[in-house]
Design a protein around this ligand. Structure first.
Ligand SMILES: [Fe+2]
Ligand SMILES: [Fe+2]
Length: 481
């Protein structure tokens, strides 16, 4: 679906009195983008600014006539109005969204009662934001400018939910046995803490061992963890996956066993504070209000508190729980003052956390493909995430090893027979018939269509039946010379 957009019209006599309210948030976003630029060019009372403000005020009033608030969120490049996606492929829109996201603004919420002066102050603030927010929470800075009815938010994967689709909460289908066992142990650990009992570190330690010694050695489990996941994991599956991805990264960085164990433990328990966040908020349909967002953000402090109270927990585990939503540039939450930079172990967990959040289906969006996840990581590198760690992660992941059984976006099933070194996410497949009994041809998933897009992607790694003999489809070993 494409939303058509025209060049901004400065003529307010045509403001959309006839348009249905709450249909298109783009004029408003465009208004903020223009206002922002004008704030950098002209003094506050300048007629050009006043003109733009009148236009925006008209739009806002019209929307607020039928709704108590306007909630605009930018989620992975798509604009959502009150939790409903409004796609736009327009170049100009993409530019506006890009500008806002670059500033760290993923959501603009406007409540009834807003005055034009508040809109102007927001435009001015957005202009000044390019120099950074100085570490002070955005909310405090807006309040100081007397902005009471507009809030700007940063969207953090996993922590803000829009319910557009229902997903199961746990993986379905055949799972690697060690992975299944680790999920069961994690569920038990999180349930215990959720029920108000002390964290059972013995189970936690067993789990760390299981992950390091068994799950990490199973390529089927790794494929299930790294590939697209069609479920919305509340906390415990996410935690196991983040621990495993962290482990891959730790191995890549040459960590010794004690450091690896510390990393896996910290990753496993980074979101334990969510056990203190009411489930109705974690699973709330629709966008979160300010109070709910604050409650979710508190899972970092809750986690550190829970972990600091457990004897023999490794020293960095509470630190990672506290810091894992802070960026390498010293922003994020909770506010730790002085633009505090997270500990390197936290930075590793943040890369794993972000990757896991993107590849898992969420209530507000379909799961992202591994290559999309890598692109998003690359975009976040330097700002949110540590660039060297992102590079190490992307190169550590062999998504589709030879012999993997996979499904493509064209619903074909195939076995990976060759990898493309220049494009590791798009290997060559032997396509199989429906009964997975015979190869029906070979396809290079790296081939592009006339427009330059990929003809197909791999969407899933499948777990083969026990009697499935993959070697029948693989090329014979090259002759030994
Ligand atoms: Fe978190
Ligand atoms: Fe997380």
């Amino acid at each position: 679906m494409t939303t058509t957009e025209t060049t901004p019209s400065p003529r307010r006599d045509q403001t959309s009195a006839m348009e249905p309210p709450l249909s298109d948030p783009l004029p408003l976003l465009r208004g903020f983008a223009v206002l922002r630029r004008l704030s950098g060019m002209y003094p506050p009372g300048h007629p050009t600014i006043a003109e733009r403000l009148r236009e925006m005020d008209d739009i806002v009033r019209q929307h607020l006539r039928t709704a108590p608030a306007i909630r605009i969120d930018i989620i992975h490049g798509d604009v959502h109005l009150d939790g409903v996606a409004c796609r736009s492929d327009n170049q100009g829109t993409a530019q506006i969204l890009h500008e806002l996201v670059e500033l760290g603004v993923h959501s603009i919420h406007i409540d009834r009662g807003v005055e034009p002066e508040e809109l102007r102050a927001v435009g001015q603030f957005l202009w000044e934001m390019k120099e950074g927010t100085g570490g002070e929470p955005v909310e405090t800075q807006l309040a100081r400018r007397n902005v009471r009815h507009v809030s700007l938010g940063r969207l953090v994967a996993l922590d803000t939910r829009w319910r557009a689709m229902e997903w199961p909460d746990a993986p379905e289908g055949q799972l690697d046995p060690a992975y299944r066992e680790s999920l069961a142990l994690a569920e038990q650990t999180f349930d215990t803490v959720g029920a108000g009992r002390a964290l059972d570190l013995v189970t936690g330690r067993d789990l760390v061992e299981l992950l390091i010694h068994k799950v990490a050695r199973s390529s089927a489990a790794l494929a299930q963890i790294l590939a697209v996941k069609q479920y919305e994991n509340l906390t415990y599956c996410h935690s196991v996956n983040v621990a495993m991805i962290g482990l891959l990264l730790g191995r890549r960085l040459g960590f010794d066993e004690p450091t690896t164990a510390a990393l896996v433990e910290a990753a496993l328990l980074h979101d334990i504070g969510k056990t203190r966040v009411p489930l109705e908020i974690l699973k709330k349909p629709g966008a979160l209000d300010r109070q709910e967002r604050r409650t979710i953000e508190a899972h970092t402090r809750f986690g550190a508190e829970i972990l600091a109270g457990v004897e023999r927990v490794r020293p960095l585990t509470p630190t990672v729980a506290l810091e894992h939503h802070r960026s390498v540039t010293g922003f994020g939450y909770p506010d730790l003052g002085d633009r505090a930079i997270p500990h390197p172990l936290t930075q590793i967990v943040s890369v794993a956390d972000t990757y896991e959040a993107i590849t898992g289906a969420r209530s507000y969006r379909a799961a992202g493909l591994p290559q999309e996840a890598c692109l998003i990581l690359a975009r976040l590198a330097g700002q949110q995430l540590n660039t060297a760690l992102v590079k190490a992660f992307v190169s550590a992941v062999t998504f589709f090893p030879i012999g993997s059984l996979v499904r493509t976006s064209r619903n074909e099933t195939g076995v990976v027979v060759r990898t493309n070194p220049a494009d590791p996410l798009h290997p060559v497949l032997a396509l199989l018939d429906e009964g997975l009994a015979a190869a029906v041809g070979e396809v290079d998933t790296a081939s592009r269509d006339a427009l330059g897009g990929y003809e197909r992607h791999i969407v899933e790694t499948l777990t083969a039946r026990e009697d499935f003999d993959v070697t029948r489809f693989l090329p014979p070993e090259p002759p030994q010379v």
